[in-house]
Write a protein that binds this ligand. Sequence first.
Ligand SMILES: NC(=O)c1ccc[n+]([C@@H]2O[C@H](COP(=O)([O-])OP(=O)(O)OC[C@H]3O[C@@H](n4cnc5c(N)ncnc54)[C@H](OP(=O)(O)O)[C@@H]3O)[C@@H](O)[C@H]2O)c1
Length: 304
Amino acid sequence: MGRETGIWLVGAAGMLGRQLAGEFASRGWSFFASDREVDIRDPRQLQAYARPRPIAWIVNCAAYTAVDRAEDEPEAALAVNAAGVENLARLAGEIGATLVHFSTDYVFAGDRAAPYLEEDEPRPLSRYGWSKLQGELRLVSCLDRHFLLRISWLYGVHGTNFVHTMLRVFAEKERARVVGDQFGAPTYAAALAANIAGLLQSDCERFGTYHYCDGGVISWFDFAVAIQELALQAGILAKRIPIEAIPTCEFPTRAARPLRAVLACARVQDELGFRVRPWRANLEDFFAEKARHAGSEEPRRGRT
Ligand SMILES: NC(=O)c1ccc[n+]([C@@H]2O[C@H](COP(=O)([O-])OP(=O)(O)OC[C@H]3O[C@@H](n4cnc5c(N)ncnc54)[C@H](OP(=O)(O)O)[C@@H]3O)[C@@H](O)[C@H]2O)c1
C-alpha cells in the first residue's frame, strides 16, 4: 500500500475539493469524501465519521468563503474557519492523522512591495481574513502533523471564481471594468491539486506553513485581459470587448482586500518539492482542461 491511502477529503463539493477529488480519482486512488453532511463545526459528527474508517490524511477544503458576507456575519465565518479547523486538528491528533489545510493571502494587509514570507506578520483587513487567521493559529497550536498552505486568487474549472465571472461578463456585456491596482498571483486549482497529490504520495514530514501560488505578479486587470485573449483563441468567446482598468475606489466591496499580497513560494518548492508554473502557462492549461470538461461535468457530490 502506498502512502496515499486513508485520505479523507473534507469540503469535497467546493471548488478545490472537487478538483482534488478529480485528481485523486484520476490516479486510481480510493478516498473518503464529505462535505456539508459532515459538519466540521460539530466534533461529534467528525468523530462519528472518522471512527470506523482508516484515516491517515485529512485534506480540509471546507471553509466559509463568502468574503463580503463575512463582514455582516463574522461569527458564522469563525465557526467554520476557526472552530471547525480546530475540531479537525484535534481529531487528527486523536487518530494520528496528518492534516492538510488551506488558508489565504487575505491574512496579510498587502501594504508592502516585497512578497510575503511564511513568517511575516499577518494583519488581515477583513473579517474573512481574520477568521482564516484564527483557524491557522488554532491549527498550529493543536497539531504538529500539519501542512498549512496559504494560497491566493484560487480558480479552476469548478465553481464560482474570477475566471468564470469574467467569461460571463465578456459574453454578456459590451465592455468590462476591472480593478487594476490590486496585485497578486492566481492559483490554478489543477496545478495545486497535482502538487497536493505528490505531497500525499511522498514520505515528507516537513510539517509547517507554506505559501503557494502560480508564478508572476499581476493585477486583476492583467488577468482579465489574458482571460479574454485565451478565451478568444479557444473559441469560447465570439467577440472581443474593451476592458478598462479602474482603481479599487471605483469598485467598492463590503470587505477590504489587500492591494498587494504576493506570496513568496520558495519554501514550498525547496521543502515540499512543489512545482510552481507561470500563471499564464497555467491559464492556458485551464482552457485546455475546460475544453476536456465541456459536456462531461461530474456530479457535485460523491464518495469513492
Ligand atoms: N476561493 C479563493 O479564491 C481562495 C483564495 C485563497 C484561499 N482559499 C481557501 O482555499 C480553500 C478552498 O476554497 P474553495 O474556494 O474551494 O471553497 P468553496 O468552493 O467555498 O468550498 C468550500 C466547501 O466547504 C463546504 N462547507 C462550508 N461549511 C462547511 C461545514 N461547516 N462543514 C462541512 N463543509 C462545509 C461548502 O459548502 P457550501 O457551498 O454549501 O457552503 C463548500 O462545499 C478554503 O480554505 C479557502 O479559504 C480560497
